[in-house]
Design a protein around this ligand. Sequence first.
Ligand SMILES: *[C@@H]1O[C@H](CO)[C@@H](O)[C@H](O)[C@H]1NC(C)=O
Length: 294
Amino acid sequence: MAANLKWPTVLAFLLVAGMVGIASAGNIAVYWGQNVNEGSLADACNSGNYAYVILSFLSTFGMGQTPVLNLAGHCNPGSGGCTGLTSDIQTCQSQGIKVLLSLGGAGGNYGLSSTDDANSVASYLWDNYLGGSGGSRPLGSAVLDGIDFDIENGNSAHYDDLANALKAHGGVLLTAAPQCPYPDASLGPALQTGLFDNVWIQFYNNPGCEYANGDDTNLVNAWRTWTSSVTARSFYLGLPASTDAAGSGYIPPGDLTGTVIPAIQGIGNYGGIMLWSRFYDVQNNYSGQVKGSV
Ligand SMILES: *[C@@H]1O[C@H](CO)[C@@H](O)[C@H](O)[C@H]1NC(C)=O
């Protein structure tokens, strides 16, 4: 049998295998915005390491409040100081990188008091950050690719309404960053809408579902539960980019590419990894070390 294989056949097989390998390589998503020492948004995109950059955070919204963007020391939105990011956003998008705005975060003051409140937040986001007009546009004229839900305060009310209202506009990417214990206390009902494109699950600060000391059992079990319980276009393994980036959950690059990725990439709609955050990634060059093997 083997003796009958012709070289062109062998070469064609190797070529196709190589193409499949490239096509199935995962993406890297990264959060940017909470540490001025992480460098510019354009530098992050020009690294060539990321497919998604998630601006963090819109830390105040809902309950009738005027929404507030918080990009730490990068710029002051109150004085119009973040409109200069428009050209960086466009630099990212010209490279095919999707730029998203993240709602919430671990701090902040946010929540949705009713369906009407969710609809008005959706209109605000559309007019100020997406394809609409008439808002004050804190990031200038750039049109973001979508909205990320990083809701962490345990109040899940009406985020399903918000997802519905945003998706109704068409062309808006929706992503979410739940914690790995399933279901997520804040995002459970929103994720059940099935409207989310990418779900980056936080496999950190949650010891019960993390990789630890060479043992991927808990992580793989949680991955299996998530990918079989939620409908989404793809799922990402959310990780700290360095040991300093989270209280627990850091996976050394060699363990990630050698053990963890091979264990999960065949389960559910694996899309790649998400990193918290650009600052820690700059310190540790995590994405640079694992890119091409995730
Ligand atoms: C990051 O790691 C990769 C792979 O080892 C290496 O090629 C690259 O030069 C590193 N980048 C930096 C900024 O250290």
